[in-house]
Ligand binder design. Sequence first.
Ligand SMILES: *[C@@H]1O[C@H](CO)[C@@H](O)[C@H](O)[C@H]1NC(C)=O
Ligand SMILES: *[C@@H]1O[C@H](CO)[C@@H](O)[C@H](O)[C@H]1NC(C)=O
Ligand SMILES: *[C@@H]1O[C@H](CO)[C@@H](O)[C@H](O)[C@H]1NC(C)=O
Ligand SMILES: *[C@@H]1O[C@H](CO)[C@@H](O)[C@H](O)[C@H]1NC(C)=O
Ligand SMILES: [Ca+2]
Length: 569
Amino acid sequence: MRYSRSPAAALALATAASATSLSSICTDAYAKKALPVGAIDGITIDSSSVSTSIVTNYTATSIFFPTDTFNYCNLTFAYSHDGIDGDVVHVQYWLPEPSKFKNRYVSTGGGGWAINSGSMSIPTGLVAGGVGGLTDGGFGNFDTEFSSAALLANGTINWQATYMFGYQAHNELAIFGKELTRNIYNVASSEKVYSYYQGCSEGGREGWSQVQRFPDQFDGVVTGAPAFRWAQQQTNHLSGNVMQKTLGVYPSNCELEKIMNMTIESCDPLDGKTDGVVARSDLCLDHLDWDKIEGASYSCAASSSYGSTTPADSGTVSAKAIELVKTYWKGLYDSDGKRVYFSYQPGATFTDLETQYDSETKSYELDISGLGGIWIAQFIDFIKDAENIDSLDGVTYDTLKEWMIYSQAKYGDILQTTYPDLTDFKAAGGKVLHVHGEQDYSIPTASSIRYWDSVRSIMYPKKGYRDGASALDDFYRLFLIPGVGHCATNDYEPNAPWPQYTLQSVIEWVEEGKAPATLAGSADIDATMCRWPTRPLWTDNAKKFQCVYDQDSVNSFTYDLDAFSLPVY
Ligand SMILES: *[C@@H]1O[C@H](CO)[C@@H](O)[C@H](O)[C@H]1NC(C)=O
Ligand SMILES: *[C@@H]1O[C@H](CO)[C@@H](O)[C@H](O)[C@H]1NC(C)=O
Ligand SMILES: *[C@@H]1O[C@H](CO)[C@@H](O)[C@H](O)[C@H]1NC(C)=O
Ligand SMILES: *[C@@H]1O[C@H](CO)[C@@H](O)[C@H](O)[C@H]1NC(C)=O
Ligand SMILES: [Ca+2]
């Protein structure tokens, strides 16, 4: 399966375009006539805001889609919600040449606190022969993130912006995008415009926000490592820091990297093939030889990043650092010994444990995770005038649990995004392709498995695990990507496969009924990405690759969050 076309072939096709050309659809006057006026009640489109520009010979390169070169029209316009003073939302659509258009529309999502990923994501629509879309959520302009629009004043939540971020902006983007696409290309009402979504991390959450609420919004959705179960997910970024404070240990990043390297080295062969990839992180914990890791010597050269300088560092791995890592991997427990949340898989980088070097004391110290800290400081436990929390004094494991419970109570309907009943989406014929790196350091791999399992048990309560899984297979498939970090390839496991054709796979599933069994990687990599609940295993001296069912592996990814009295989907 190859989707890339040579630039020369692309240009030849472009000049062969007959009835309409890019220049004929890419004018302000043409676009104004195609605006989706009236598609959503209570919204006024500002037709004077329309802007169109032709971009030629644009090469889009990304790990999320195959490289392609094309000409397109950049169409943007603004709209406002009636009755809200000063409200302006900008949307951007990239239109392919009419000769390339294949009746498709693709919304794209953001990452971190951003609701879009700009030109890193939107070209995926063009690559697929469709219109790509993105929104600014009404936060200012295409580069403004939600976090800078979330407060009207210190302590006062901007609820409109929060709902827009949660799910509303994407609903509007897609409704407008589909209607605009139809109008621009004169698609007859008897003909279908297929609609798709692609996003990773926060963008993955945004995809699920639509699937769960608007069953016929998209025909196919690709959601990577979604930042859903928001209350737990955001707060849990602080768990590592509270563990450091509780144990009183702040290892240098070099010492942590050494532990990670030894983990990768020792767990790599457990999947049956020594290739530098930990494809079976579930087998890792029981296998590690801590006596060998303790006392191992490490050394790193001086480095500078983000304006701070870290001196050359060397030493031997300490028992305290090992205690911290074991606690981190075990995950968060409350003071009654009940499980609050789970952690990342062994082999992943220790991002939430990163420390900073203090050149005065010449020692490493606490570096509070921004993703967790901003959430708490701005949305939960307001800290006047502070963007991030500046101290974790007095914060215990129980405080983290309480913050999660309060986060869910206050924002659950907007941001939690784990509603588990997808009956209506299934009935509408929708398909979801869900992927998650097994060495993700920012969103635990087990988080995606937990949601998949919630959908399984809510929709098929009478079927057993495996029968429920095969019922889900009709419309929802989850793939774990061995060795891969957070929505990106992993420098520490460079031989890991990477699913570059996910949108193409979901399009085949929707339009041709070809459901993906395993996932194709980028051109030069074997497909070794198994569909959950099966797991990768090499046998026959690493010659034969299989996806096997392994109950112990399934169990190791399944957690009882008994610290909460309500179900946590
Ligand atoms: C398009 O870009 C390629 C590579 O950047 C270049 O070689 C080629 O000359 C360009 N073609 C046109 C028509 O600008
Ligand atoms: C598309 O148009 C908008 C609005 O004019 C502009 O902000 C943006 O930079 C343009 N993007 C590209 C890639 O041309
Ligand atoms: C960890 O392994 C990487 C190669 O994957 C290497 O560049 C790095 O120096 C190692 N770190 C330590 C602390 O040994
Ligand atoms: C919160 O207070 C700080 C310091 O006074 C100020 O810089 C910031 O703009 C305030 N934030 C908002 C949303 O008003
Ligand atoms: Ca391996």
